[in-house]
Design a protein around this ligand. Structure first.
Ligand code: NAD
Ligand code: G6P
Ligand code: MN
Length: 450
């Protein structure tokens, strides 16, 4: 079996250890020759990189491991870049969430004004990474988790139309894990789905078992009552168990709130992120403007990952340490395997519509099922979608296009239009007030808007 060279960009990410561990666990199915970490923040990357080095020395010494902040070293001689950079880090995520909330508007990492702010920060550095990849390893693929994925994907479509980049999201597979629990199935690979929409903005229209049996009625009945949670499974779970770093407090509320989102269209199952667009008033009422998800993450996942890394370094051994792998890591490794070994796995990816959803424009970046092989994704046909979903998607896709316009044209008006058009923002006045605060906060990251 061919061995591949993999580079993880955003080496200092809280998700890096999980991906490295998942690569180790899959070494028989996806053999690796070289594994590199790359970040532009040497200090942040160091503990994660050092802990991974110790782990690999014990678990997979055959892998040649290295880490660097030098783009040439990082991007040379690689087959895959697994990218998950957070431009501006948690410090800026906190502002993305808190600035809109100060104006009484939902503050969220990828949705509404916060997502727009993050998008205007992410486009440049993600495109720069693609340039590095094409310069130093022109045959490589970039599998990109860097958020906000929908805006980043639209920028890639326009600026890098022929590049080997696949933008991805783990939310659908995260919900598949919950659906697996609802159904009492062993694996989320025991069912096939038909899903459509934009990133963080989609619906399941079909879920069938491998024999073709329609599972939607059973799942919908459950979601109507409990959302995506099977209460018995979580009540007794100690707070330091698997899945809990990512699946706690506000995430629990989000999984339950899906019940109210689902009520709007009894035929389909919604992505949890739709709550921000459809119940923004509820979200604002239930947010603490002084302590948002960014704070929750800094106090939990970030703290635990770095504490674990530092313990490994102190002991100079991985023995007894616990880094978490989850669906997030499985998904990106399965995607790399599908490309490398033509597994033709069916996966939800963010791709150009090109007629897959027949009543949505060809040039919209949609999240739909694709079969994956060495030439990348082959999107499946979704067909026409109902008026409710179509209306929302056209509106949200236009917001995302306006954000990329604003970035490319340095246009204040396009940015203001993007915020005003967002379903989350109640008026053009609020949009302007929030935009002006965001411009100030993002002056080190955004292009100047005139
Ligand atoms: P994090 O802040 O822990 O890690 C991000 C890392 O990226 C940091 O170490 C930072 O220094 C580095 N970085 C920032 N700009 C960079 C640049 N220009 N070049 C190289 N490195 C750079 O963040 P996290 O919570 O672990 O999340 C990482 C990213 O993954 C975020 O964008 C997050 O939104 C995204 N994510 C996406 C999905 C998805 O569904 N698409 C799921 C989970 C996380
Ligand atoms: C899901 C989404 C990601 C998002 C993440 C936030 O996995 O698909 O796009 O970045 O949640 O999780 P966090 O735990 O950082 O709030
Ligand atoms: Mn996502």
């Amino acid at each position: 079996m061919k061995k591949h060279n993999v580079m993880i960009a955003g080496g200092g990410s809280t998700f890096t250890p999980g991906i490295v561990l998942m690569l180790v666990e899959n070494i028989d199915k996806f053999p690796i020759k070289k594994l590199k970490l790359y970040d532009n923040d040497e200090e942040r990357q160091y503990p994660i990189a050092k802990a991974c080095e110790i782990m690999l020395r014990e678990k997979a010494p055959e892998i040649e491991f290295s880490y660097t902040v030098d783009p040439e070293e990082a991007f040379s001689d690689i087959d895959f870049v697994m990218a998950h950079i957070r431009v501006g880090k948690y410090e800026m995520r906190e502002l993305d969430e808190k600035i809109p909330l100060k104006h009484g508007v939902v503050g969220q990492e990828t949705c509404g004004p916060g997502g727009i702010a993050y998008g205007l920060r992410s486009i440049g550095p993600v495109i720069e990474m693609i340039d590095y990849m094409e310069k130093y390893s022109p045959n490589a693929w970039m599998l990109n988790y860097s958020n906000p994925a929908s805006i980043v994907a639209e920028a890639c479509r326009r600026i890098k139309p022929n590049s080997k980049v696949i933008n991805i999201c783990d939310m659908p597979i995260g919900i598949h894990s919950r659906i697996k629990e609802i159904l009492g199935f062993k694996s989320d690979k025991d069912f096939d789905v038909m899903y459509y929409g934009l990133n963080h903005f989609g619906w399941w229209k079909e879920i069938r078992d491998k024999a073709g049996k329609d599972l939607m009625p059973q799942i919908i009945n459950h979601v109507k009552e409990f959302g995506y949670i099977v209460p018995e499974l979580y009540e007794e779970k100690p707070n330091d168990n698997r899945e809990t770093w990512r699946f706690q407090n506000s995430w629990m509320d989000t999984m339950v709130k899906a019940r109210d989102v689902q009520a709007l269209d009894p035929q389909t199952l919604p992505n949890t992120y739709l709550k921000y667009y459809l119940y923004p008033d509820y979200e604002v009422e239930h947010s603490n403007p002084d302590y948002t998800r960014a704070n929750e993450v800094m106090d939990s996942r970030e703290k635990m990952v770095f504490e674990t890394a530092n313990k490994i370094i102190e002991k100079n051994s991985f023995d007894g340490a616990d880094f978490e792998t989850c669906g997030h890591a499985t998904f990106i490794v399965d995607l790399a395997r599908a490309i490398a070994f033509n597994t033709k796995e069916r996966m939800l990816l963010i791709v150009q519509n090109n007629g897959s959803i027949s009543n949505i424009d060809d040039d919209v970046m949609v999240e739909i099922p694709c079969l994956v092989g060495p030439n990348g994704p082959e999107p499946l046909n979704v067909g026409p979608i109902p008026t409710f979903q179509k209306g929302l998607i056209v509106q949200q896709a236009s917001v995302e296009k306006l954000v990329v316009d604003a970035w490319q044209e340095h246009s204040y008006i396009k940015a203001w239009q993007a915020l005003s058009l967002s379903q989350i923002v109640p008026s053009a006045k609020k949009a302007k007030d929030i935009l002006d605060d965001l411009i100030e906060a993002n002056k080190d990251y955004w292009p100047p808007l005139n």
